[in-house]
Design a protein around this ligand. Structure first.
Ligand SMILES: Cc1ncc(COP(=O)(O)O)c(C=O)c1O
Length: 331
């Protein structure tokens, strides 16, 4: 009764951020950081505009592009802050915030908190109730196994549900929708945060994906994920650091999600060689991040070993020189 599948992460973020600002009338500030997913920032920029002239978005900078600016975020929270919104695990470095700590700090100053869980849900245990989180969104197509185009979800803490209004007041959230009344009257509870018709086929794939995770158990998934990210970092230190690779993810295990980014001045060409010559599929995230994601349910240690060996060979043998440094459309 606190989580509902709907729309995309972007649309859900828009709905919850708008609802939060409306509820927090009199406060005019949204705070986020520059590690957040750019699409989230685009949406927040627009939300701030739509909320009125006096609203502003503060983008707090990470000290090193890897770690979250925790102290700065805490110090920026003030009585004008309506909303603090962050990616729980950030998309480039995989830095993972202490959700309970920042949520409590925001609450002390009367701000609501909205977490984007896209890179943490299904990768590590996330206890929204224990952290007293107000709002959250996330996708189901990464660690939740939903498959491409699977719908996203949103979370609203139970006691906030009556107070918040959906800015996209569609028929799926209408009380007795098949009466087709012309006057919008929101359904009770979380259902009013539905807007339009859901992608039914994609939705039907979510449950089997979740069943796999529940059978494995999130503690076991996290345990394996940390062993795997530690393993790659160990191989990086031994083989890759001497070849110019940098670790662009936190060293502290509790600050990591389930992906590790390695940097290299030839990152893009290395990334292309990995895919083409070694059938290892990372992402490239500018300026130099080769992002390796570990899905503990099915990623094996041998695959990690092979990926690290490939990264070593690509530089040692100059395999990357066979590839252009022009970015493709999709990285
Ligand atoms: C952290 C994060 N937030 C938001 C999005 C946007 O999701 P969607 O395209 O489903 O709106 C993504 C997409 O990858 C993401 O990684």
């Amino acid at each position: 009764h606190e989580v509902i599948l709907a729309d995309s992460t972007s649309v859900n973020l828009f709905k919850l951020a708008m609802a939060a600002l409306q509820y927090q009338a009199g406060r005019n500030r949204i705070i986020t950081d520059d590690l957040n997913f750019p699409s989230d920032v685009y949406i927040l920029q627009r939300v701030a505009q739509l909320a009125g002239d006096t609203h502003l978005l503060s983008l707090i900078s990470s000290p090193d592009g890897i770690h979250g600016p925790v102290e700065q975020l805490r110090d920026q929270l003030d009585e004008q802050t309506a909303l603090l919104t962050l990616s729980h695990t950030v998309f480039k470095s995989g830095y993972t915030y202490d959700m309970a700590y920042l949520t409590a700090e925001a609450h002390q100053r009367g701000a609501l908190v909205l977490w984007d869980l896209s890179h943490s849900v299904g990768a590590l245990p996330v206890d929204l109730n224990a952290a007293h989180v107000d709002l959250a969104v996330g996708c189901s197509y990464k660690y939740l196994n939903g498959g491409p185009g699977a719908p996203a979800f949103l979370y609203i803490r139970e006691d906030l549900q009556e107070m918040l209004e959906n800015p996209i007041s569609g028929w799926m959230g209408q009380h007795k929708m098949f009466n087709f009344d012309l006057q919008y009257q929101p359904e009770a509870g979380l259902r009013k945060f539905l807007s339009g018709t859901p992608p039914v086929l994609s939705m039907s794939l979510i449950e089997p994906g979740l069943d796999l995770l529940m059978e494995a158990g999130m503690q076991a998934v996290r345990h394996k994920s940390l062993l795997q990210t530690n393993y790659l970092i160990g191989l990086w230190q031994e083989w890759l650091e001497p070849l110019g690779y940098t670790l662009n993810s936190p060293r502290q295990p509790e600050q990591r999600g389930s992906h590790v980014s390695l940097g290299h001045v030839e990152g893009l060409r290395i990334d292309k060689a990995l895919i083409d010559a070694y059938q290892v599929v990372p992402d490239f995230r500018a300026p130099d991040n080769i992002r390796l994601g570990f899905a503990p349910l099915y990623t094996t240690f041998e695959e990690i070993y092979r990926a690290a060996l490939a990264l070593k060979e690509i530089v040692e043998l100059g395999v990357y020189l066979n590839y252009s440094d022009q970015p493709p459309e999709v990285t």
